[in-house]
Design a protein around this ligand. Structure first.
Ligand SMILES: *[C@@H]1O[C@H](CO)[C@@H](O)[C@H](O)[C@H]1NC(C)=O
Ligand SMILES: *[C@@H]1O[C@H](CO)[C@@H](O)[C@H](O)[C@H]1NC(C)=O
Ligand SMILES: *[C@@H]1O[C@H](CO)[C@@H](O)[C@H](O)[C@H]1NC(C)=O
Ligand SMILES: *[C@@H]1O[C@H](CO)[C@@H](O)[C@H](O)[C@H]1NC(C)=O
Ligand SMILES: *[C@@H]1O[C@H](CO)[C@@H](O)[C@H](O)[C@H]1NC(C)=O
Ligand SMILES: *[C@@H]1O[C@H](CO)[C@@H](O)[C@H](O)[C@H]1NC(C)=O
Ligand SMILES: *[C@@H]1O[C@H](CO)[C@@H](O)[C@H](O)[C@H]1NC(C)=O
Ligand SMILES: *[C@@H]1O[C@H](CO)[C@@H](O)[C@H](O)[C@H]1NC(C)=O
Ligand SMILES: *[C@@H]1O[C@H](CO)[C@@H](O)[C@H](O)[C@H]1NC(C)=O
Ligand SMILES: *[C@@H]1O[C@H](CO)[C@@H](O)[C@H](O)[C@H]1NC(C)=O
Ligand SMILES: *[C@@H]1O[C@H](CO)[C@@H](O)[C@H](O)[C@H]1NC(C)=O
Ligand SMILES: *[C@@H]1O[C@H](CO)[C@@H](O)[C@H](O)[C@H]1NC(C)=O
Length: 695
């Protein structure tokens, strides 16, 4: 068997390889064994399959691939061939600890993949001098500090150090030392700062450059000229940095670009009219910059573009897309700009257009009659577009047979919610018509939209009762009817909502390209979120609802938020609510509830927001569990004691004291067992300041 065959065998399988190794008595090079020993000793964790005692046959260890020195073209004069480590691949192995510089002595290494571990410390300089290294993947670890100075990786093709805690500036000239084969460079989601270095221009083979989510700065010519010479570049991701100034016309030189994301920076001026030369561009994402002026003609007639996202800029004028030219367009997000004039009526002739967000623009008038032919339309948001005539809008839109998401918030001010019994939205999954001050009642026709998952008709002036048929919506997991004038009882049928009992069956997104809302995360900016991350919610607050809270609410084990504040609900708080094990928010404040706070509620280990303020409750506030974290404002306005602002009178006599002593005894055991859930319940909310709807 010659060297060539050997290589083939190695590729075929590890078992084979091991067998042949022993029959040929080839062993791991002693220097390589030493390097690997040092590597393991700097870790805090043991690598499965490497054992505790080091046999010299390191080639048999998990994650190691060897190659004979013959096939590598080295050591030809040795009478005994040795095996050299060429690949070290231990991704997702829960490795913790530091990365030893000894790996730098594995001078035949081609592939090093240690991604998705818990490695800390600085990146060893020696790693960046491995002259044979082709693939380096250290992404998703906790490495910190700078990229070592003096990179010398002449064979490197793929370099990924994204999702770490690295900082400092990007190396001035990463391709100086002839790293000209580099095809993929990903440094995303670190803390890199400073300007973009000019040296990227030397990486002439670069196809995918990802610098996103760092603190990179630059104004004027924020992007160095050299970068525009990278003719092979197909993906450029520089979003979520602090790049500013105008966007250079030289972008037109990047003729092979397929995806370009420059969103969440400070780019200003007009968008250059260079898209005629970007003949392969499919995704252009430039939201959350400061672009003004109009959409350039080359962009509004691109035949390759499938996603165009210019949301949250200061673009003006009327929207004039050439739909005969834009034959690939599927997603269009022009929300939060200053477009005016009528809603563009030609959009239905963009034949593949399915997702449209035009929210928060200064349009006038009604939904164009033409939209009844919009058969490709699946997602439509027209929030805050100064629309009038909701009756006509719904008549037209019901003819869009593929419509699954409809968002019409902040329009139709004070009109009547159409009650026309012939209205029919069969495929609708998400309907949001909030903040419209609509009058009337919840219309019967809505009962035919049996696939509804999310319904928000809050902040209107709807009267009448909550319909019993809401209980038939087996996919409904988010219902917000707050801030209306609804009265009567909460229908008992709602305690049978299938999705809130059994969990959501579908997590399919209404649009793969748009987030419905963003979380504002402290320290790390905005995090775009999707419908599946909405918390299962029933929000009936600020109405005139009366009657009792059904003990059968206990069945809603998947409900996260139950908000009933500011109503006229009466009767006791059912003890059985403690069976709603997923509850994070329970707000019963400002009602007419009476009796005690059931001590069983301390069992709700995910509860992080709780209020029963301003009711007619009495007795002692239970202690333990999450109740240790609630402030006095959760309890004020009752005849309760046993919380900060209202300690119980001393002495355990009388009915109150007896009850207190008993309940306390019953629950100490439970409290002890709460540790894990308690910590997790808090952790879910750490860092999230608030969320902002994007529609
Ligand atoms: C290989 O090892 C076996 C036993 O382990 C031994 O009998 C044989 O002589 C060795 N061959 C060489 C070429 O060293
Ligand atoms: C191998 O031997 C040849 C001559 O026999 C010599 O010129 C060459 O330098 C040697 N190579 C190594 C790596 O020792
Ligand atoms: C490294 O391993 C991870 C996990 O298996 C994998 O997803 C990733 O693609 C690998 N990196 C490269 C560059 O192949
Ligand atoms: C390992 O990393 C930690 C955290 O960065 C650092 O404090 C420590 O000095 C490193 N240890 C070694 C041996 O490099
Ligand atoms: C190139 O490699 C040499 C030798 O390793 C090193 O001294 C130098 O700093 C490197 N240059 C750059 C720009 O990384
Ligand atoms: C990088 O992070 C370290 C530790 O957090 C800090 O001491 C250092 O000043 C930072 N360097 C830069 C250039 O920001
Ligand atoms: C880069 O390659 C060229 C030609 O292959 C060579 O002349 C030059 O010395 C190399 N530079 C470095 C820093 O290795
Ligand atoms: C809109 O863009 C600005 C920057 O121009 C940014 O600060 C803001 O967070 C963006 N808002 C959203 C909701 O994306
Ligand atoms: C729209 O695009 C088509 C096809 O590319 C072209 O023939 C037509 O002239 C364009 N219309 C306008 C108004 O630019
Ligand atoms: C509605 O849009 C106008 C500008 O078109 C803006 O000033 C206002 O803040 C928006 N309101 C909401 C609630 O988004
Ligand atoms: C919106 O349009 C109206 C009338 O067309 C105009 O008076 C108003 O100034 C515009 N508002 C903005 C924010 O452009
Ligand atoms: C409607 O949606 C279905 C499935 O999502 C799709 O196959 C069909 O092409 C759509 N209709 C139009 C006219 O786009």
């Amino acid at each position: 068997m010659d060297a060539q065959d050997f290589w083939v065998v190695i590729v075929i399988g590890f078992c084979f390889q091991a067998q042949i190794l022993s029959s040929q008595n080839f062993t791991c090079n002693p220097n390589d064994v030493k390097a690997l020993e040092d590597f393991t000793s700097s870790l805090k964790t043991v690598i499965d399959g490497w054992g505790s005692s080091f046999s010299s046959d390191c080639c048999k260890w998990e994650g190691i691939t060897c190659s004979s020195s013959f096939s590598l073209g080295i050591g030809l004069n040795n009478s005994i061939d040795t095996f050299r480590v060429v690949k070290l691949e231990l991704p997702s192995k829960r490795l913790a600890g530091n990365l030893s510089a000894s790996l730098g002595t594995l001078d035949q290494l081609r592939t090093l993949n240690l991604s998705q571990n818990y490695l800390i410390g600085t990146l060893p300089t020696a790693l960046f001098h491995l002259r044979n290294l082709e693939l380096l993947d250290l992404s998703f670890n906790d490495f910190s500090g700078p990229i070592p100075f003096g990179i010398d990786l002449p064979s490197i093709k793929f370099l990924d150090i994204s999702q770490n805690l690295l900082n400092g500036s990007l190396p001035g000239s990463i391709c100086d030392n002839n790293s000209t084969q580099l095809r993929v460079l990903n440094v995303a989601a670190n803390y890199f700062s400073g300007n973009l270095p000019p040296g990227f221009g030397d990486c002439t083979s670069l196809e995918d450059l990802d610098l996103s989510t760092n603190y990179l700065t630059g104004t004027g010519d924020a992007i160095p000229k050299g970068l525009f010479g990278l003719r092979k570049l197909t993906q450029l991701s520089i979003q979520d940095n602090k790049l500013a100034g105008p966007l250079s016309e030289e972008f037109g030189n990047l003729i092979n670009l397929v995806r370009l994301d420059i969103s969440s920076n400070g780019f200003a001026g007009t968008i250059p009219d260079v898209f005629y030369s970007l003949e392969k561009l499919q995704y252009f994402v430039a939201h959350s910059n400061r672009f003004g002026g109009q959409i350039p003609p080359s962009l509004s007639s691109s035949s390759t573009l499938s996603l165009l996202n210019l949301r949250n800029n200061s673009l003006q004028g009327s929207i004039a897309l050439n739909c005969s030219a834009m034959i690939s367009l599927t997603s269009l997000d022009l929300g939060s700009n200053q477009f005016d004039g009528p809603i563009p009526s030609n959009l239905p002739s963009c034949r593949h257009l399915s997702d449209v967000n035009l929210a928060r623009n200064n349009f006038t008038g009604e939904i164009p009659e033409n939209f009844k032919n919009f058969h490709s339309l699946s997602y439509l948001s027209l929030s805050n577009c100064s629309l009038s005539n909701i009756s006509s809008a719904l008549q037209i839109l019901q003819q869009c047979h593929n419509l699954t998401t409809l968002v019409l918030t902040f329009n139709f001010h004070g009109e009547q919610f159409p009650a026309d019994p012939t209205l029919h939205f069969e495929k609708l999954k998400i309907l949001i018509i909030a903040y419209c001050r609509l009058t009337g009642s919840i219309p019967q026709w809505l009962s035919t939209s049996s696939r509804l998952q999310l319904l928000d008709i809050s902040w209107n002036q709807l009267e009448g009762t909550i319909p019993v048929w809401f209980g038939n919506f087996s996919n409904l997991f988010y219902l917000d009817i707050s801030n209306n004038s609804l009265s009567g009882e909460i229908p008992r049928s709602l305690t049978g909502l299938w999705s809130l009992i059994n969990g959501r069956s579908s997590t399919e997104e209404p649009s793969p390209d748009f987030p419905l809302f963003v979380w504002r995360v402290s320290g790390r900016g905005l995090q775009y979120n999707r419908v599946w991350s909405f918390r299962p919610t029933l929000d009936f607050s600020n109405n005139n609802l009366s009657g009792a809270i059904w003990p059968d609410f206990r069945k809603l084990r998947s409900l996260h938020v139950l908000d009933l504040k500011y109503n006229r609900l009466s009767g006791p708080i059912p003890t059985s609510l403690s069976e709603m094990v997923s509850l994070e928010t329970l707000d019963l404040s400002h009602n007419e509830l009476s009796g005690i706070i059931p001590p069983s509620l301390v069992d709700l280990s995910f509860l992080s927001k709780f209020s029963v303020a301003y009711n007619e409750l009495y007795g002692v506030v239970p202690t333990g569990g999450q109740f240790l974290t609630f402030s006095s404002s959760s309890f004020e306005g009752n005849s309760l004691c046993g919380y900060d602002a209202s300690p119980c009178p001393s002495g355990e006599d009388g009915p109150l004291g007896t009850w207190y002593g008993k309940s306390n005894k019953d629950y100490t055991g439970v409290i002890a067992g709460l540790g894990v859930g308690f910590v997790f319940g808090i952790a879910c909310f750490v860092g999230i300041d608030r969320y902002v709807w994007t529609f």
